[in-house]
Each structure stands twice: as structure tokens, then as C-alpha cells.
Design a protein around this ligand. Structure first.
Ligand SMILES: Cc1ncc(COP(=O)(O)O)c(C=O)c1O
Length: 313
């Protein structure tokens, strides 16, 4: 949402499949920008089906109080407006109700509402080419039991297939979440009368999910050493008490220099990383069997100030 004129122009030049439009103003702007470029923009309306995805509130996107999509009550009117605009061409309908959803029911509920809308549009003479059900399929971080991708699709097809439209899914987390780990080195083990801390060289700047959503990530030693067990928070070097990767974990007491693997960090990990506290981002390494490749170099301090200018005032 919140597409700028520059972004719209770029997408028009590139000839993207379609614009998922989220408001009446966006529709008008798209029509204007497309007209100026001498193009006709393919459009799907992202509707807000008001479905509870039963996930963390920050990643619920299909409830009516969420900022996303055209309100359910306004959807037919939005299609009427879109159909009347000369520089847009209505091609689809779209919804994305949230992320880390661990049961099929909310998806089915959303798909049913969308297919009901498609039916009403057909009655009004509006024909579509595709229906896009969004992403959102959850993964197992701890003890969640999300549907397998096949189950997800099988639950949705009976609702979607009869429409005879091309069906689009937008999975993100479920493809990559459990394909990535964050590898971190233990710097210190600090035991206090109140709480113990394993201080590591990764932080909220590499993986913000624990502090942002209270998310749980498994933390495992790369090499098991056995011995004493410690209950501790696993924290980073950043200047905030919100800088933690895990709270109150029971683990084999590590030594400085030991490596820990923070599991399930492949989605919303690196992409949400920052340079806060002047922390260069780590390298990204792709591993396949016994082969590996650095696919993104570790940042340097030079990278942090590249692009900064001081002209003297
Ligand atoms: C519109 C849209 N589609 C798909 C996704 C991917 O969601 P997930 O990673 O939960 O599958 C997102 C995530 O923010 C999104 O905003």
C-alpha cells in the first residue's frame, strides 16, 4: 500500500502483471499516471474481507480495522469506479489477510468472501481474469502445527476452482522461514544473582522478531559440549533492554567463542535488519549439501557512511 507516483510509473514501464489497489484515491492516481504515460494499467482491487487470521495483531491485515484493502462494504462501488476509468483495466481481485496463520479456516473464510464478490461482479457484468488469495501460511517455530502447503491448497481449491479464474498465491514465510538460520558467536556469559545472560554478537538489528512480536526462535548450540545447564536470556550488544533473541532459555552453558544457531530466521530476519547502533549487517551464506557460497557480503563501516555528505555550512 502507499504507492508513490514514481513507483507507479516504474511499475507501468516494467509492465507488471497488475496493481493491487487499496483505496479510491490510489485508483484515481493510478488512472492519472497511466493516462500521462499513455498506458492502461491492469488492476486488481485488494479488498479487506474482515476475517480474523488468528495471528499476532501486528501481522493481521484482513480485519476491518486494519489499514489494508478496500473496505468490504465499498468493494462493489470500487469496482464500479475502476470500470469507469479510461486508463485502468480491471483484471482481478486480491486479499492478504495476514501472516503466520496456522489453520486453513481463515483462508477458506476469506476465499469464500472473495468468491461471493466475484459472483456479484459477474452479475454486474464485470469479468475478472484472476483471484489472488495472498500469502500468510504459517511455519513451525516451536510447537505450532500449521497446515502443509498441499493441505492449504486442497482446502482452498474447492472454493476457488469453480470460479474458473487463474488462481494466485503469494507465499513468503512458508517458503523460506525454515530455510535460514542466524549464526551468532557467544561473547560473554554473565551470571548475576537475578538473571543470567548469554551475550552474543547478533542482536535485534539482525533479527527483530523476538522484540517486535515477542516471537519465539529456537536457539541451539552448533556443537554440543554437554556439562552444566544454564537458564539465561540470550541478548545482543545493542543499547536497549528490548535487544534480546530469546528469554529464559535452558541451554548447555556456552563459553565465549561458541557458536549458537538461532533457528527459523529465513523470513522477516535479514529483510527487517537495520544499521542501528552503527552495526554493519552480517554476510549471508547459501548452503547446499556440503557446498556454500557467500551470497551477500558482510557490510563494512565504510558502507554505513556511503552516501553521506558534509558540505560545510
Ligand atoms: C500482500 C502480501 N502478500 C504476501 C505476503 C507474504 O506473506 P507470508 O510471508 O506470510 O506468506 C505479504 C507479507 O507481508 C504481503 O504483504
Amino acid at each position: 500500500m502507499g504507492k508513490t507516483i514514481d513507483e507507479i510509473s516504474y511499475a507501468l514501464e516494467e509492465g507488471i502483471l497488475c496493481f493491487n489497489v487499496e483505496s479510491f484515491q490510489e485508483l484515481e492516481l493510478l488512472n492519472q499516471v497511466a493516462g500521462e504515460a499513455g498506458k492502461v494499467a491492469p488492476v486488481a482491487l485488494r479488498v479487506n474481507p474482515d476475517v480474523d487470521p488468528r495471528t499476532h495483531p501486528h501481522i493481521a491485515t484482513g480485519l476491518r480495522e486494519n489499514k489494508f484493502g478496500v473496505a468490504w462494504e465499498d468493494a462493489l462501488r470500487a469496482y464500479e469506479v475502476a470500470s469507469s476509468l479510461p486508463n485502468v483495466r480491471v483484471v482481478g481481485v486480491d486479499a492478504h489477510i495476514g501472516s503466520q496463520i496456522t489453520s486453513v479456516e481463515p483462508f477458506v473464510e476469506s476465499a469464500k468472501k472473495l468468491s461471493e464478490l466475484v459472483g456479484r461482479l459477474m452479475d454486474n457484468g464485470v469479468t475478472l481474469e484472476h483471484i489472488d488469495i495472498g500469502g500468510g501460511l504459517g511455519i513451525r517455530y516451536r510447537d505450532e502445527d500449521p497446515p502443509e502447503p498441499g493441505e492449504w491448497v486442497s482446502a482452498l481449491l474447492p472454493v476457488l476452482e469453480p470460479l474458473g479464474l487463474k488462481i494466485i498465491f503469494e507465499p513468503g514465510r512458508s517458503l523460506v522461514g525454515n530455510a535460514g538460520i542466524l549464526l551468532t558467536k557467544v561473547l560473554y556469559v554473565k551470571e548475576t544473582p537475578y538473571r543470567n545472560f548469554v551475550i552474543v554478537d547478533a542482536s535485534m538489528t539482525e533479527l527483530i522478531r523476538p522484540t517486535l512480536y515477542g516471537a519465539y526462535h529456537e536457539v541451539l548450540p552448533v556443537e554440543r559440549r554437554g556439562g552444566e545447564i544454564l537458564r539465561a536470556d540470550i541478548v545482543g550488544p545493542v543499547c536497549e533492554s528490548g535487544d534480546f533473541l530469546a528469554k529464559a532459555r535452558t541451554l548447555e552453558k556456552p563459553k565465549p567463542g561458541d557458536l549458537l544457531a538461532v533457528m527459523s530466521a529465513g523470513a522477516y530476519g535479514f529483510t527487517m535488519s537495520s544499521n542501528y547502533n552503527a552495526r554493519p549487517r552480517p554476510a549471508e551464506v547459501l548452503v547446499r549439501g556440503d557446498r556454500f557460497q557467500v551470497v551477500r557480503e558482510r557490510e563494512t563501516y565504510g558502507d554505513l557512511i556511503r552516501g553521506e555528505r558534509f558540505l560545510g555550512i
